[in-house]
Design a protein around this ligand. Structure first.
Ligand code: NAD
Length: 488
């Protein structure tokens, strides 16, 4: 480990952050955070249990009233200051992210900027929370609506975007006046701990944001969702865990935001600009090594251009530089762990058994770290597991279609509905297809939809709720209606 890496690691506090204080787990338990590129332990950090989670909710509940009553401008300024500090520390945070998660350093820099942008955006939204006043249709009364913070919120984030998944939830929550218990993914807690430090430096009062890192997400979550003081759960992660959390939240009827899995179709029509489509495919497939809920999971390509598209994509993917993401110029880092590699390998094997053709890649790499070669498969059988399951790895699976209707049918043949990508130079065809797609988001002639200013979220088994955009703050606001007798 380089001196700079050690310096960045030593800057991060390794405890739990509860009530504005850094504390050990009540049992004294700790666990090791691994570098997925080397399998070495980066840091030993506190491992929270249910009692710690309840202590964090105590703090979030105690801090709620004062934070909710803090003037919106004052809340906005704290959030804005945190945006600035994140950008001042972009390089250190990017290195930290690459160390614990594995993505190439250039992608980590982009994620840090993307993560910060949620704070800038929601600092601007904090002062625009509005209500309405209007005359009821019969003219006899007046309708007043106001929006108020939902209350203490529990946030669960995944490992694939260690900083942005936190800021995308914390930004709107703080802007709305809510307090937070954040449980980061066990694999990537360091960025969340660094974020807690940054929020403190930015002037956030103790107890408003609490961070509980843990290897026991189940018991912690059970304790929190059973506690009547909790008002909302915001989850980003797999559909399987999301469904379980929805069921668990029923007793206390928590407000919910569920950002779940995806199985994005990437549709290339015969009238597409193929250069643009390949460029878009590289982003939609290879960003984050394919470990993104928005990752292109099924390439649906017109039979007329499929060979040309596959050859160009394979040439680009086969030439990518693989290695530890801390080295400048590396384009493909490791997958998060050995299970992820085994899953990707299983999907590739299954597709090959069912007649797919391997154009490039196809296997894991030997040696330390959880590396998998960028892979392109053509002629993939529609019944192959890879067509139905989230790959979460650097594998492009190409299926062909002959007509627009067939493309739409294939695209919608999944329980998921997060994002789709459409490549066509015909505006009328694009809009016709987009209207029929069962997804919450569409990338039209571009392979990236994530944008702090836009509403991110899915339909079907990809969940519900929106993060970012004008809509994001609404997830943390409760509407109150007042019926006014204006003649009294
Ligand atoms: P995961 O569901 O296993 O874990 C996500 C989070 O849930 C982690 O913090 C984990 O500790 C926690 N968790 C696991 N079991 C739990 C339990 N029993 N109770 C409470 N919390 C529990 O998912 P993952 O493999 O870490 O992340 C990848 C998944 O996240 C993919 O399916 C991906 O599509 C999805 N994702 C979705 C979005 C989105 O915005 N839609 C964004 C990023 C990732």
């Amino acid at each position: 480990m380089s001196e700079r890496e050690q310096a960045v690691l030593s800057w991060v506090n390794k405890q739990l952050f509860i009530g504005g204080k850094w504390v050990d787990s009540s049992t004294g338990a700790t666990y090791g955070v691994e570098d997925p590129a080397t399998n070495l332990i980066l840091a030993q950090i506190a491992d929270a249990g249910p009692e710690d989670a309840v202590a964090a909710l105590d703090a979030a509940s105690a801090a709620f009233e004062a934070w909710a009553e803090t003037p919106p401008r004052a809340r906005a300024e704290v959030i804005r200051r945190a945006f600035e500090i994140i950008m001042e520390r972009q390089e250190d945070l990017a290195l930290l992210m690459t160390m614990e998660m594995g993505k190439p350093i250039s992608e980590s820099r982009s994620e840090v900027a993307y993560a910060a942008e949620f704070f800038r955006w929601f600092a601007e939204e904090a002062v625009r929370i509005d209500g309405r006043y209007y005359v009821a249709p019969d003219g006899n009364s007046r309708v007043l609506t106001m929006k108020q913070p939902v209350g203490p919120t529990y946030m669960i984030t995944p490992w694939n975007f260690p900083l942005a998944m936190g800021t995308r939830k914390i930004g709107p929550a703080l802007a709305a006046g809510c307090t937070v218990v954040l449980k980061p993914a066990e694999q990537t807690p360091l960025c969340s701990l660094a974020l807690a430090q940054i929020l403190t430096e930015a002037g956030l009062p103790g107890g408003v944001v609490n961070v509980v890192n843990t290897t026991s997400p189940g018991p912690i979550t059970d304790a929190l969702v059973a506690d009547g003081r909790l008002r909302k759960l915001s989850f980003t992660g797999s559909t399987e865990v999301g469904k379980m959390l929805v069921a668990k939240s029923a007793d206390n009827l928590l407000r919910l935001s569920m950002e779940l899995g995806g199985n994005a179709p990437f549709i290339v029509f015969d009238d597409a600009d193929l250069d643009l489509a390949v460029e878009g495919a590289m982003v939609a497939k290879m960003r984050n090594m394919g470990e993104a809920c928005t990752s292109a999971n099924r390439f649906l390509v017109s039979a007329k251009v499929a060979d040309a598209f596959a050859d160009r994509l394979a040439a680009r993917m086969g030439a990518m530089r693989i290695g530890r993401g801390t080295e400048e110029g590396i384009q493909v880092g490791p997958l998060i762990d050995a299970d992820a590699v085994a899953k990707v390998q299983g999907l590739v094997k299954d597709a090959l058994t069912r007649g797919a053709k391997l154009v490039t890649g196809g296997d894991k790499l030997d040696g330390a770290g959880h590396f998998f070669a960028p892979t392109v498969l053509t002629n993939v059988n529609r019944d192959a597991r890879i067509s139905a399951e989230e790959i979460f790895g650097p594998v492009a699976s190409i299926v062909t279609f002959d007509s627009e209707d067939e493309a739409i049918h294939l695209a919608n043949s999944t329980e998921y509905g997060l994002v789709a990508y459409v490549f066509s130079q015909s505006l009328s065809r694009s809009l016709r297809v987009i209207e029929k797609l069962e997804t919450g988001m569409v990338g039209l002639n571009q392979g990236l939809v994530s944008n702090a200013a836009a509403p991110f979220g899915g339909v079907k088994h990809s969940g519900f709720g929106r993060e970012g955009g004008f809509e994001g703050i609404e997830e943390y606001l409760a509407l109150k209606y007042v019926a006014i007798n204006h003649r009294a």
